[in-house]
Write a protein that binds this ligand. Sequence first.
Ligand SMILES: NC(=O)c1ccc[n+]([C@@H]2O[C@H](COP(=O)([O-])OP(=O)(O)OC[C@H]3O[C@@H](n4cnc5c(N)ncnc54)[C@H](OP(=O)(O)O)[C@@H]3O)[C@@H](O)[C@H]2O)c1
Length: 329
Amino acid sequence: MDTVGWGVMGAARIAEIAVIPALRQARNARLVAIASRALPRAQEAARRLGIPKAYGSYEALLDDPEVQAVYIPLPNALHREWTLRSAAAGKHVLCEKPLALSAEDCEAMISGCRRQGVTLMEAFMYRFHPRTERALQIAASGEIGEVRLVRAEFTFAVRTPRGNIRFDPALGGGALFDVGCYAVNLCRAVLGEPREALAFACTGPTGVDEVTGGLLRFDDRRLAVLDCALTLPRRQEYEIVGTEGTLRVPAPDAFLPGTADTELRVTRAADSRIVRFSGTDQYQRMVEHFGDALAGRPLALPPEDAVGNLRVLGALHASVRRGAPVSIA
Ligand SMILES: NC(=O)c1ccc[n+]([C@@H]2O[C@H](COP(=O)([O-])OP(=O)(O)OC[C@H]3O[C@@H](n4cnc5c(N)ncnc54)[C@H](OP(=O)(O)O)[C@@H]3O)[C@@H](O)[C@H]2O)c1
Protein backbone atom coordinates (compact mmCIF):
# COMPACT_ATOMS: atom_id res chain seq x y z
CA MET A 1 0.00 0.00 0.00
CA ASP A 2 1.91 3.11 -1.24
CA THR A 3 -0.69 5.75 -0.48
CA VAL A 4 -3.30 5.14 2.18
CA GLY A 5 -6.88 6.37 1.70
CA TRP A 6 -7.91 7.94 5.02
CA GLY A 7 -11.27 8.64 6.59
CA VAL A 8 -11.74 10.84 9.65
CA MET A 9 -14.41 9.80 12.14
CA GLY A 10 -15.89 12.91 13.78
CA ALA A 11 -15.32 16.63 13.26
CA ALA A 12 -13.16 16.74 16.37
CA ARG A 13 -11.03 19.68 17.36
CA ILE A 14 -7.79 17.68 17.37
CA ALA A 15 -8.58 16.35 13.88
CA GLU A 16 -9.05 19.85 12.59
CA ILE A 17 -6.06 21.51 14.22
CA ALA A 18 -3.45 18.76 13.98
CA VAL A 19 -4.22 15.44 12.33
CA ILE A 20 -6.05 16.57 9.17
CA PRO A 21 -3.24 19.06 8.37
CA ALA A 22 -0.76 16.20 8.98
CA LEU A 23 -2.71 13.87 6.68
CA ARG A 24 -2.66 16.55 3.98
CA GLN A 25 1.13 16.89 4.24
CA ALA A 26 2.01 13.22 4.68
CA ARG A 27 3.88 11.65 1.74
CA ASN A 28 1.85 8.42 1.87
CA ALA A 29 -1.65 9.63 2.78
CA ARG A 30 -4.70 10.65 0.76
CA LEU A 31 -7.61 12.22 2.64
CA VAL A 32 -10.79 10.66 1.31
CA ALA A 33 -13.64 11.60 3.63
CA ILE A 34 -14.79 12.97 6.96
CA ALA A 35 -17.87 11.84 8.87
CA SER A 36 -19.88 13.51 11.59
CA ARG A 37 -23.00 12.58 13.50
CA ALA A 38 -24.49 15.62 11.74
CA LEU A 39 -24.13 15.82 7.95
CA PRO A 40 -23.99 19.65 7.81
CA ARG A 41 -21.05 19.57 10.24
CA ALA A 42 -19.22 17.03 8.07
CA GLN A 43 -19.98 19.05 4.92
CA GLU A 44 -18.81 22.27 6.49
CA ALA A 45 -15.57 20.66 7.74
CA ALA A 46 -14.98 19.00 4.36
CA ARG A 47 -15.43 22.32 2.54
CA ARG A 48 -13.23 24.24 4.94
CA LEU A 49 -10.48 21.60 5.09
CA GLY A 50 -10.59 20.54 1.42
CA ILE A 51 -11.72 16.93 2.03
CA PRO A 52 -13.43 15.37 -1.01
CA LYS A 53 -16.32 13.54 0.70
CA ALA A 54 -18.55 14.18 3.73
CA TYR A 55 -20.79 11.69 5.49
CA GLY A 56 -23.55 12.17 8.06
CA SER A 57 -22.77 8.98 9.97
CA TYR A 58 -19.70 7.00 10.97
CA GLU A 59 -21.27 3.87 9.42
CA ALA A 60 -21.36 5.60 6.02
CA LEU A 61 -17.63 6.34 6.32
CA LEU A 62 -16.98 2.67 7.00
CA ASP A 63 -19.01 1.70 3.92
CA ASP A 64 -16.71 3.74 1.64
CA PRO A 65 -14.38 1.31 -0.19
CA GLU A 66 -11.89 4.13 -0.88
CA VAL A 67 -11.29 4.48 2.88
CA GLN A 68 -8.54 2.05 3.87
CA ALA A 69 -7.68 3.51 7.27
CA VAL A 70 -9.69 5.53 9.75
CA TYR A 71 -8.49 8.08 12.25
CA ILE A 72 -10.70 7.98 15.37
CA PRO A 73 -10.71 11.17 17.48
CA LEU A 74 -13.95 10.37 19.31
CA PRO A 75 -14.50 10.77 23.07
CA ASN A 76 -12.48 8.14 24.95
CA ALA A 77 -15.52 6.07 25.91
CA LEU A 78 -16.30 5.47 22.21
CA HIS A 79 -12.84 4.27 21.14
CA ARG A 80 -13.56 0.59 21.78
CA GLU A 81 -16.87 0.45 19.91
CA TRP A 82 -15.72 2.35 16.83
CA THR A 83 -12.35 0.61 16.62
CA LEU A 84 -14.13 -2.75 16.60
CA ARG A 85 -16.71 -1.54 14.06
CA SER A 86 -13.95 -0.14 11.85
CA ALA A 87 -12.03 -3.41 12.06
CA ALA A 88 -15.18 -5.37 11.18
CA ALA A 89 -15.46 -3.16 8.06
CA GLY A 90 -11.86 -4.08 7.17
CA LYS A 91 -10.37 -0.65 7.98
CA HIS A 92 -7.02 -0.09 9.64
CA VAL A 93 -7.33 2.08 12.76
CA LEU A 94 -5.30 4.96 14.16
CA CYS A 95 -7.21 5.78 17.35
CA GLU A 96 -6.64 8.61 19.79
CA LYS A 97 -5.18 8.19 23.26
CA PRO A 98 -6.12 6.65 25.59
CA LEU A 99 -6.83 3.73 23.26
CA ALA A 100 -9.53 2.47 25.66
CA LEU A 101 -10.79 2.97 29.21
CA SER A 102 -9.41 -0.31 30.55
CA ALA A 103 -6.75 -2.88 29.74
CA GLU A 104 -9.51 -5.46 29.14
CA ASP A 105 -11.25 -3.25 26.56
CA CYS A 106 -7.91 -2.64 24.91
CA GLU A 107 -7.21 -6.38 24.68
CA ALA A 108 -10.63 -6.89 23.07
CA MET A 109 -9.78 -4.18 20.51
CA ILE A 110 -6.43 -5.81 19.74
CA SER A 111 -7.96 -9.24 19.20
CA GLY A 112 -10.81 -7.78 17.12
CA CYS A 113 -8.31 -6.04 14.84
CA ARG A 114 -6.08 -9.10 14.66
CA ARG A 115 -9.06 -11.31 13.68
CA GLN A 116 -9.88 -8.95 10.82
CA GLY A 117 -6.23 -8.63 9.78
CA VAL A 118 -6.14 -4.84 10.28
CA THR A 119 -3.50 -2.72 11.99
CA LEU A 120 -4.28 -0.78 15.19
CA MET A 121 -2.17 1.98 16.73
CA GLU A 122 -2.69 4.49 19.55
CA ALA A 123 -2.16 8.06 18.31
CA PHE A 124 0.64 8.90 20.78
CA MET A 125 2.20 11.41 18.40
CA TYR A 126 4.87 12.58 20.88
CA ARG A 127 6.59 9.18 20.54
CA PHE A 128 7.37 10.05 16.89
CA HIS A 129 9.12 13.34 17.67
CA PRO A 130 12.92 13.00 17.24
CA ARG A 131 13.42 14.63 20.64
CA THR A 132 11.41 11.90 22.37
CA GLU A 133 13.20 9.20 20.39
CA ARG A 134 16.59 10.68 21.35
CA ALA A 135 15.62 11.13 25.02
CA LEU A 136 14.70 7.44 25.23
CA GLN A 137 17.95 6.44 23.48
CA ILE A 138 20.06 8.55 25.85
CA ALA A 139 18.23 7.15 28.90
CA ALA A 140 18.88 3.60 27.64
CA SER A 141 22.52 4.30 26.67
CA GLY A 142 23.89 4.57 30.20
CA GLU A 143 25.10 8.16 29.65
CA ILE A 144 23.29 9.29 32.81
CA GLY A 145 24.07 6.05 34.65
CA GLU A 146 21.37 3.70 35.87
CA VAL A 147 18.00 5.41 35.66
CA ARG A 148 16.36 5.46 39.10
CA LEU A 149 13.72 8.19 38.87
CA VAL A 150 11.44 9.71 36.24
CA ARG A 151 9.37 12.81 36.88
CA ALA A 152 6.72 13.75 34.31
CA GLU A 153 4.01 16.38 34.25
CA PHE A 154 1.29 17.54 31.90
CA THR A 155 -1.14 20.18 33.09
CA PHE A 156 -3.27 22.69 31.21
CA ALA A 157 -6.44 24.67 31.77
CA VAL A 158 -9.51 23.94 29.67
CA ARG A 159 -10.93 27.38 28.88
CA THR A 160 -14.61 26.36 28.74
CA PRO A 161 -15.21 23.20 30.78
CA ARG A 162 -18.99 23.25 30.11
CA GLY A 163 -19.71 20.79 27.29
CA ASN A 164 -16.06 19.68 27.04
CA ILE A 165 -15.72 15.89 26.78
CA ARG A 166 -12.88 16.00 29.35
CA PHE A 167 -15.30 16.91 32.15
CA ASP A 168 -17.84 14.17 31.36
CA PRO A 169 -17.26 10.96 33.34
CA ALA A 170 -19.59 9.04 30.98
CA LEU A 171 -17.32 9.88 28.03
CA GLY A 172 -14.10 8.84 29.80
CA GLY A 173 -13.12 12.31 30.99
CA GLY A 174 -10.62 13.31 33.67
CA ALA A 175 -7.03 14.49 33.82
CA LEU A 176 -5.49 11.01 34.11
CA PHE A 177 -7.14 9.73 30.94
CA ASP A 178 -6.66 12.99 29.05
CA VAL A 179 -3.06 13.98 29.82
CA GLY A 180 -1.86 11.73 32.64
CA CYS A 181 -1.69 9.04 29.95
CA TYR A 182 1.33 10.87 28.41
CA ALA A 183 3.19 10.98 31.71
CA VAL A 184 2.48 7.29 32.35
CA ASN A 185 3.53 6.38 28.81
CA LEU A 186 6.83 8.24 29.19
CA CYS A 187 7.59 6.69 32.61
CA ARG A 188 6.92 3.21 31.20
CA ALA A 189 8.94 3.89 28.05
CA VAL A 190 11.96 4.61 30.29
CA LEU A 191 11.48 2.23 33.22
CA GLY A 192 9.24 -0.59 31.95
CA GLU A 193 6.18 -1.85 33.81
CA PRO A 194 5.63 -0.64 37.38
CA ARG A 195 4.56 -2.95 40.19
CA GLU A 196 2.61 -0.51 42.31
CA ALA A 197 0.71 2.77 41.97
CA LEU A 198 -0.41 5.40 44.45
CA ALA A 199 -2.42 8.50 43.52
CA PHE A 200 -4.47 11.29 45.02
CA ALA A 201 -6.86 13.43 43.00
CA CYS A 202 -8.89 16.59 43.33
CA THR A 203 -12.28 15.70 41.92
CA GLY A 204 -14.31 18.48 40.31
CA PRO A 205 -18.07 19.11 40.37
CA THR A 206 -18.75 16.84 37.37
CA GLY A 207 -17.04 13.90 39.10
CA VAL A 208 -13.84 13.66 37.05
CA ASP A 209 -10.30 13.96 38.45
CA GLU A 210 -9.26 17.53 37.60
CA VAL A 211 -5.84 17.49 39.29
CA THR A 212 -4.01 14.23 40.04
CA GLY A 213 -0.65 13.39 41.54
CA GLY A 214 0.75 9.88 41.28
CA LEU A 215 3.67 7.73 42.28
CA LEU A 216 4.79 4.52 40.53
CA ARG A 217 7.11 1.94 42.07
CA PHE A 218 8.98 -0.23 39.58
CA ASP A 219 11.16 -2.09 42.07
CA ASP A 220 13.10 -1.32 45.23
CA ARG A 221 15.37 1.13 43.41
CA ARG A 222 13.25 2.78 40.72
CA LEU A 223 10.34 5.22 41.05
CA ALA A 224 8.34 7.67 38.94
CA VAL A 225 6.45 10.76 40.05
CA LEU A 226 3.80 12.32 37.84
CA ASP A 227 1.11 14.97 37.87
CA CYS A 228 -1.61 16.01 35.49
CA ALA A 229 -4.45 18.51 35.45
CA LEU A 230 -7.25 20.02 33.38
CA THR A 231 -7.49 23.21 35.46
CA LEU A 232 -3.91 24.45 35.96
CA PRO A 233 -1.53 26.47 33.75
CA ARG A 234 0.20 24.82 30.79
CA ARG A 235 3.16 22.77 32.04
CA GLN A 236 4.67 19.86 30.15
CA GLU A 237 8.04 18.68 31.31
CA TYR A 238 9.90 15.50 32.08
CA GLU A 239 13.14 14.64 33.79
CA ILE A 240 14.96 11.33 33.72
CA VAL A 241 17.35 10.95 36.65
CA GLY A 242 20.18 8.44 36.64
CA THR A 243 22.95 7.62 39.08
CA GLU A 244 25.40 9.74 37.00
CA GLY A 245 23.26 12.57 35.68
CA THR A 246 19.93 13.88 34.47
CA LEU A 247 18.13 14.40 31.18
CA ARG A 248 15.52 17.11 31.07
CA VAL A 249 12.96 17.83 28.36
CA PRO A 250 11.89 21.28 29.41
CA ALA A 251 8.57 23.01 29.99
CA PRO A 252 6.27 24.21 28.63
CA ASP A 253 6.03 21.87 25.67
CA ALA A 254 7.65 18.49 26.33
CA PHE A 255 4.77 16.57 24.73
CA LEU A 256 3.33 19.21 22.38
CA PRO A 257 6.27 21.15 20.93
CA GLY A 258 4.37 22.26 17.81
CA THR A 259 6.66 22.63 14.80
CA ALA A 260 9.24 24.88 16.47
CA ASP A 261 12.89 23.94 17.02
CA THR A 262 13.32 22.13 20.33
CA GLU A 263 16.03 20.95 22.69
CA LEU A 264 16.79 18.72 25.62
CA ARG A 265 19.50 19.03 28.24
CA VAL A 266 21.80 16.33 29.59
CA THR A 267 23.72 17.11 32.79
CA ARG A 268 26.55 15.04 34.30
CA ALA A 269 28.23 16.53 37.38
CA ALA A 270 29.41 20.00 36.30
CA ASP A 271 29.01 19.24 32.55
CA SER A 272 25.85 20.12 30.75
CA ARG A 273 25.12 19.67 27.06
CA ILE A 274 22.12 20.77 25.03
CA VAL A 275 20.89 18.60 22.15
CA ARG A 276 18.96 20.61 19.55
CA PHE A 277 16.31 19.42 17.10
CA SER A 278 14.96 21.17 14.01
CA GLY A 279 11.24 21.84 13.99
CA THR A 280 9.08 19.02 12.66
CA ASP A 281 5.44 17.93 12.73
CA GLN A 282 5.11 14.94 15.06
CA TYR A 283 1.54 14.30 13.85
CA GLN A 284 2.78 14.03 10.26
CA ARG A 285 5.57 11.68 11.33
CA MET A 286 3.00 9.54 13.15
CA VAL A 287 0.64 9.19 10.17
CA GLU A 288 3.53 8.54 7.80
CA HIS A 289 4.81 5.86 10.16
CA PHE A 290 1.36 4.26 10.28
CA GLY A 291 1.20 4.29 6.45
CA ASP A 292 4.66 2.70 6.29
CA ALA A 293 3.48 -0.01 8.69
CA LEU A 294 0.56 -0.77 6.35
CA ALA A 295 3.18 -1.15 3.61
CA GLY A 296 5.00 -3.78 5.69
CA ARG A 297 7.39 -1.85 7.94
CA PRO A 298 7.34 -2.74 11.66
CA LEU A 299 4.99 -0.75 13.89
CA ALA A 300 7.08 1.23 16.39
CA LEU A 301 4.22 1.52 18.88
CA PRO A 302 2.29 -1.76 18.92
CA PRO A 303 -1.18 -1.63 20.54
CA GLU A 304 -0.03 -4.01 23.30
CA ASP A 305 1.84 -1.00 24.72
CA ALA A 306 -1.55 0.64 25.31
CA VAL A 307 -2.61 -2.37 27.41
CA GLY A 308 0.34 -1.66 29.73
CA ASN A 309 -0.54 2.04 29.87
CA LEU A 310 -4.17 1.27 30.71
CA ARG A 311 -3.15 -1.17 33.43
CA VAL A 312 -1.23 1.65 35.11
CA LEU A 313 -3.97 4.25 34.55
CA GLY A 314 -6.48 1.75 36.00
CA ALA A 315 -4.28 1.22 39.06
CA LEU A 316 -3.88 4.99 39.57
CA HIS A 317 -7.68 5.43 39.37
CA ALA A 318 -8.19 2.52 41.77
CA SER A 319 -5.67 4.05 44.19
CA VAL A 320 -7.54 7.37 44.11
CA ARG A 321 -10.76 5.53 45.01
CA ARG A 322 -9.16 3.47 47.80
CA GLY A 323 -6.78 6.08 49.17
CA ALA A 324 -4.05 3.43 49.26
CA PRO A 325 -1.36 1.96 46.99
CA VAL A 326 -2.56 -0.59 44.43
CA SER A 327 -0.49 -3.48 43.03
CA ILE A 328 -0.31 -3.87 39.30
CA ALA A 329 -0.69 -7.46 38.11
N1 LIG B 1 -3.08 13.55 20.35
C1 LIG B 1 -3.40 14.77 20.71
O1 LIG B 1 -2.63 15.73 20.58
C2 LIG B 1 -4.78 14.99 21.26
C3 LIG B 1 -5.18 16.29 21.61
C4 LIG B 1 -6.49 16.48 22.02
C5 LIG B 1 -7.36 15.40 22.13
N2 LIG B 1 -6.93 14.15 21.83
C6 LIG B 1 -7.85 12.99 21.92
O2 LIG B 1 -8.72 13.09 20.80
C7 LIG B 1 -10.04 12.71 21.16
C8 LIG B 1 -10.98 13.87 20.86
O3 LIG B 1 -10.59 15.02 21.57
P1 LIG B 1 -11.03 16.49 21.07
O4 LIG B 1 -10.47 17.46 22.04
O5 LIG B 1 -10.71 16.69 19.65
O6 LIG B 1 -12.62 16.39 21.31
P2 LIG B 1 -13.84 17.08 20.58
O7 LIG B 1 -13.40 18.31 19.85
O8 LIG B 1 -14.93 17.19 21.59
O9 LIG B 1 -14.22 16.02 19.47
C9 LIG B 1 -14.82 14.79 19.73
C10 LIG B 1 -15.73 14.47 18.54
O10 LIG B 1 -16.36 13.23 18.80
C11 LIG B 1 -17.63 13.22 18.19
N3 LIG B 1 -18.59 12.67 19.14
C12 LIG B 1 -19.26 11.50 19.00
N4 LIG B 1 -20.05 11.25 20.05
C13 LIG B 1 -19.90 12.29 20.90
C14 LIG B 1 -20.47 12.62 22.14
N5 LIG B 1 -21.36 11.82 22.75
N6 LIG B 1 -20.10 13.77 22.72
C15 LIG B 1 -19.19 14.58 22.15
N7 LIG B 1 -18.62 14.33 20.94
C16 LIG B 1 -18.97 13.18 20.32
C17 LIG B 1 -17.95 14.65 17.77
O11 LIG B 1 -17.87 14.67 16.35
P3 LIG B 1 -19.17 14.76 15.40
O12 LIG B 1 -20.24 15.44 16.19
O13 LIG B 1 -18.67 15.55 14.27
O14 LIG B 1 -19.54 13.37 15.06
C18 LIG B 1 -16.84 15.48 18.34
O15 LIG B 1 -16.44 16.52 17.49
C19 LIG B 1 -9.95 12.27 22.62
O16 LIG B 1 -9.75 10.88 22.67
C20 LIG B 1 -8.71 12.97 23.14
O17 LIG B 1 -8.08 12.26 24.19
C21 LIG B 1 -5.65 13.94 21.39
